[in-house]
Write a protein that binds this ligand. Structure first.
Ligand code: ACO
Length: 309
């Protein structure tokens, strides 16, 4: 879906969207394609690329706020679709930070011997909870999925450090109010009008730049690195101005910052693994590289991870 397509839905313009967000187009899944359908494609690709079989996987983590069902988890749907006979599968609900949470949990499971090989998938069908009449939000969000496989190894590569933090007081800056058990659908809160993302973009913007920079700084320090040692910085793709603001605070030059927001928009939990995949496809990730990922999202919740590729 291009910005020109959005001009037909709401009072906006390609010039406004590109200059305020950096987004030129985004991918919207067909009605027949579910979140788990996208997640399964991504997980299959990650396992193929890692050369790992379904039987070997013992941990499946799905990061999403738009699962196929309220019950069971998207991870269990994925387990049924792909058949992981020896795994435990569960979801992480941490909005745009979900992939970093998933990676942190998988790292902890592997370090403590509870798992050996994990699949972490970030996938979202945000188009299903976007208000297509609200120009403040509909120009930003999109659908997609990305996945990684992580496993125990003794080669010196892997997760160097992680950081997670949240602040529930700022919940109303980005949320869907209706559709849970506190505000179930009623005549006052009808399904078709209420169950959509609401956002205070300006306030989110400020917190995002500050806390993403703090989180990234923390994992760089905890990994005994400096910003100069970071080979590739892979931030959550929410807004090009947020990405540039964070990189500037960290003093990481633009050529070490991975950006693909112009093509995908904000895919929430899918954004970092999609970016990692594309960076890898483009030959930007080599063994021994120091990669720092950082994300921020509704909760509010934010986090970062430093890994040696
Ligand atoms: N087209 C045209 N005008 C618009 C649009 C649009 N799509 N959306 C909002 N506007 C208008 C507003 O109505 C407002 O008009 P007003 O001043 O008459 O009331 C005006 O533009 C606001 O303009 P700015 O203040 O310049 O907008 P800003 O620079 O804050 O950019 C944006 C808005 C893009 C939403 C920005 O605040 C943002 O990206 N915030 C972070 C949001 C985000 O990323 N959320 C995702 C989750 S959190 C995360 O992932 C980091």
């Amino acid at each position: 879906m291009t910005n020109a397509d959005l001009e037909k839905l709401v009072d906006t313009s390609d010039e406004w969207i590109v200059s305020r967000t950096g987004i030129k187009q985004r991918h919207i899944a067909e009605d027949s394609m579910s979140n788990a359908d996208m997640a399964a494609e991504a997980a299959k690709g990650a396992m193929e690329s890692a050369g790992v079989s379904h039987e070997e996987i013992d941990l499946v983590i799905s990061a999403t706020v738009t699962p196929d069902y309220r019950l069971p988890s998207n991870a269990c749907v994925l387990q049924e679709m792909l058949g992981f006979p020896n795994a435990v599968a569960f979801d992480v609900v941490a909005a745009c930070t979900g992939f970093i949470n998933g990676l942190t949990i998988a790292d902890s499971f592997i370090r403590t011997g509870r798992a050996r090989k994990a699949v972490i998938v970030g996938s979202e069908k945000l188009s299903a909870i976007t208000d297509w009449s609200d120009r403040n939000t509909c120009v930003l969000f999109a659908d997609g999925a990305g996945a990684v496989v992580v496993e125990a190894c003794d080669t010196g590569s892997g997760v160097l450090s992680t950081f997670l933090r949240s602040d529930g007081k700022m919940r109303p800056l980005l949320w869907t109010k209706v559709g849970g058990t506190r505000y179930p659908y009623t005549d006052d809160y009808p399904f078709d009008k209420s169950d959509k993302i609401r956002m205070n973009g300006a306030d989110l913007f400020k917190v995002a730049v500050k806390e993403m920079a703090n989180a990234a700084r923390q994992v760089i320090e905890d990994a005994n690195l400096t910003p100069d040692d970071v080979t590739l910085f892979v931030p959550h793709q929410a807004n090009i101005r947020i990405i540039e603001g964070v990189a500037k605070r960290l003093k990481i030059d633009r050529d070490r910052v991975f950006v693909n927001i112009e093509e995908y928009g904000n895919t929430s939990a899918a954004s970092v693994p999609i970016a990692l995949h594309e960076a890898s496809q483009q030959g930007l990730l080599k063994p021994g590289d120091n990669v720092v990922m950082v994300a921020f999202g509704g909760g509010l919740i934010w986090g970062a991870a430093a890994v040696k590729w």
